[in-house]
Every structure is written in C-alpha cells, then in structure tokens.
Design a protein around this ligand. Structure first.
Ligand code: 5GP
Ligand code: MG
Length: 203
C-alpha cells in the first residue's frame, strides 16, 4: 500500500521547528512517516531481489538521504554507483537534462535498482532508464521516494513508490530549491515568498 499524502490541517498538522518557520510553510511528510515507509519499501525490494547481487544506481544529488536510509535497510549483497543528472537550473521548472557524472560499474547481465528522489514529468527517469537499458542489464527496477503523477509528460511509472504527493514543489530530505533545504529531515513546502526571492537572488 503506498500512502498518498496531503497537507494536514488543524490539530494533526505537524509543527515546523522554529528555526525553519520563516522559510517552511508546512511539513508534508514527517521524519517518522519517512522512516516507516522506507522500511516497508526495503522489504518490498528485498522480496523481489533475493539471491543475486544487485547494482543500485542512484541519481545525484537529490537521493542522498533516501538512498542512505533505504540501502541500510536492505540486507542484500549490492554494489552502489551514481549517475549525476541535473534537470533544473535555479528555479522549479524542468529544463534540459545535463549529465554531470556517468555510471562506472558494469551492469551488463546484472539486476539494477534505479533510485531517484521524485518522479515528476518523467523525463529524467525515462532518459536514464533508456541509458541503462542500452548497457544490457538482466533487469531494471525503478524506485522513487515521491511521485507527482499530476505532472507526468512521459509514459513512465516506478516499480516502487514511497508516497504519492500532490502537485507542490517540495524540498527537504535531500530535495533542494536552488541547492538549499536538502538538510531538512522532513519533506516540506516553502512559503511562496522564498520561491520568488530565491529565483531573484540567483539571477
Ligand atoms: P522529472 O524529470 O520527472 O520532471 O523530474 C525529476 C527530477 O526533477 C527529480 O529528480 C528532481 O530532482 C526534480 N524535481 C521534480 N519535482 C521536484 C520537486 O517538487 N522538488 C524538488 N526539489 N525537485 C523536484
Ligand atoms: Mg533529482
């Protein structure tokens, strides 16, 4: 069962730590929710990948925290590598994809788990999937922490999804806005003024 999250309201609304109140409007997914769901995801993955050593291919930079928590819960033999891909400039709109780091491990004939932070338009995952497929692995499974299906442009779905989220630009737990806010321990939505000022500042 993959949870669908909406911003909580009233008494159930998690309170934003004082340090972040100026920038963070609301917490969409708490650290406790993340921890619980990632443990479930690792069990799902483990059940599908028993036996063989897999190659985990994680997309930089947004997956850092998710990846660290996910693979610590996987009691499976694995090797880890990264692909650097950047789709955004300083803003929140998807631009052209730029590869900043190429895969080093040989995945031919291997079971690959491709990990990304968020599936949005689907351009990143479909391009990276095609790139890995060309290297002839035995199979590729895809895993994302967040899914924003409302914005999909490419015909792509992930095999493992942490949370379905509405169409908000989210930050935290590895996800950035203009390279900031990756260190928040939860997934959050910023105040509109931060998005506006952030773009202005970087211009
Ligand atoms: P897609 O290619 O599917 O449109 O976008 C995927 C990439 O865009 C993700 O790997 C992520 O880096 C970035 N992205 C998409 N939506 C968001 C969002 O709401 N917040 C942040 N910080 N990054 C996003
Ligand atoms: Mg990314």
């Amino acid at each position: 069962m993959k949870p669908s999250v909406r911003p909580a309201s009233g008494r159930s609304k998690p309170s934003v730590p004082p340090r972040w109140r100026k920038e963070v409007e609301s917490i969409l997914i708490t650290d406790a929710q993340l921890e619980k769901r990632i443990l479930q995801m690792s069990r799902e993955i483990q059940a599908d990948f028993t036996g063989r050593e897999m190659v985990v291919v994680s997309l930089l930079n947004g997956t850092v925290m998710f990846l660290a928590d996910l693979i610590r819960s996987l009691s499976l033999p694995l090797r880890l590598d990264f692909i650097g891909v950047s789709s955004y400039g300083a803003g929140t709109e998807s631009g052209d994809l730029v590869f900043t780091k190429e895969l080093r491990l040989d995945v031919r004939g291997r079971d690959v788990l491709l990990v990304d932070d968020i599936l949005d338009t689907g351009r990143t995952l479909s391009r990276v999937h095609a790139k890995i497929k060309a290297l002839k692995p035995r199979r590729i499974k895809t895993c994302v922490l967040l899914n924003k299906s409302a914005r999909r442009v490419e015909d792509v779905e992930a095999d493992y999804v942490g949370f379905e989220i509405p169409d908000y630009f989210v930050v935290g737990y590895g996800l950035d806005f203009a390279e900031r806010f990756r260190n928040l321990p939860f997934v959050a939505v910023l105040h509109p003024h931060v998005y506006k000022e952030g773009i202005k500042k970087l211009k």
